[in-house]
Design a protein around this ligand. Structure first.
Ligand code: UT7
Length: 334
């Protein structure tokens, strides 16, 4: 049997209209634009501030644009995977809400939870469904309304996060394009350093948990920073090396947008100049599972068929990884 690869045939994205600037954040907590820009690199982030809207709203917008750009018939979609840490509800999944909103009658759908690394896990999971030969059209979405789990009285975390969603279509090809190699890792020892204390089954919501900001991101920033730099750098370098990718034939690094200093450290380790590194952290901040596809959404017009890319991310868990993609089409699909 001929080898089947999973190729990305389109990207769609959505960010909310509301722009939360550093100036506005510095009126909420004791911080400055200068501190946020030098320590994190975020200038502004988008916030979904209309009441009653959750991650599925942004996921739906991104997936609708994706279906239109790829001329997809809803009846042809086999599977939807949504990577998210901020689902609309504990259940049902964002993915099942999407199936309804997009009119997908022949698909099954589920959410995948791997924090900021969720989209990488979704890429590899979906690629394996495609490689099996049984699935022909898969939508993967990274969607997070991080503002719903951000403590806007905590200056150490609130400047970091923003809201957004973006989606890929994956389809089979027998050519050497698409998701060609993957390395993913999980280390549960990361739990104490990055988590949300309440709202799960260990500590269900109560007046106490609400009063004590236990439904928002808890992060020991310095520790997470160190693990993010070393793990993203090591795994990206390993995937590059085993695929013969060097600074000369690697066209793009697509890093998770958590901190500009982490992005620079990973690029330095790989010896890749800054013009080959996708960066949009300054305008969206860290939108968790949405950062990687939002980078592709922003850079789509610059991409060429055959471009070699390394996607890499690190998140709560800890979860991390790197994926080698050979891009499958030229320029921006309308
Ligand atoms: O996406 C999932 C993975 N997450 C990440 O990759 C995030 C990794 N961590 C980071 O990006 C950084 O650690 C942070 C951006 C969270 C924090 O930056 P940092 O340079 O590691 O700062 P720090 O926590 O070491 O704090 C340094 C100082 C502290 O003051 P003292 O104790 O030295 O007097 C903080 O209180 O900076 C202070 N500080 C602030 N000052 C002004 C912390 N936040 C702020 C702020 N404005 N917003």
């Amino acid at each position: 049997m001929e080898k089947i690869n999973a190729v990305i045939t389109g990207v769609g994205g959505y960010v909310p209209d509301y722009v939360l600037t550093n100036e506005e954040i510095s009126r909420m907590v004791d911080t400055t634009d200068e501190w946020i820009m030098t320590r994190i690199g975020v200038k502004e982030r988008r916030i979904l501030n209309e009441e009653g809207l959750g991650s599925s709203y942004m996921a739906r917008k991104a997936a609708k644009q994706l279906m239109q750009k790829t001329n997809s018939n809803p009846d042809d979609v086999d599977l939807v995977i949504v990577a998210t840490t901020t689902p609309d509800y504990v259940f049902p999944s964002v993915a099942s809400i999407l199936c309804d909103k997009l009119g997908l009658k022949n698909a099954f759908a589920y959410d995948l939870s791997a924090a900021c690394c969720g989209f990488l896990y979704a890429m590899e999971t979906a690629a394996n469904f495609i490689r099996s030969g049984r699935y022909k059209k898969i939508i993967i979405v990274g969607a997070d309304k991080m503002s719903s789990i951000t403590n806007y009285t905590d200056r150490a975390t609130c400047p970091i996060f923003g809201d957004g969603a973006a989606a890929f279509m994956l389809e089979p090809t027998t050519e050497e394009f698409g998701i060609l190699d993957t390395a993913l890792r999980t280390d549960g020892k990361g739990l104490p350093f990055l988590h949300m204390k309440a709202g799960g089954s260990v500590c269900p919501p109560s007046y106490f948990t609400v009063d004590n900001h236990m439904h928002t991101v808890y992060q020991e920033g310095r520790t997470v920073f160190k693990y993010a730099v070393s793990n993203m750098s090591d795994i990206s370098a390993a995937v590059a090396e085993r695929n013969g990718l060097t600074k000369d034939n690697l066209d793009w690094v697509v890093p998770h947008q958590a901190n500009m200093r982490i992005i620079d450290a990973v690029a330095n380790r790989m010896g890749v100049p800054s013009e080959k590194v996708m960066v949009n952290i300054q305008k969206y901040g860290n939108s968790s599972a949405a950062t990687l596809p939002l980078c592709i959404w922003d850079y789509e017009d610059k991409l060429k068929k055959g471009d070699n890319m390394i996607f890499t991310a690190f998140g709560g868990g800890f979860t991390w990884g790197a994926i080698y993609v050979k891009w499958g089409y030229d320029g921006k699909k309308q």
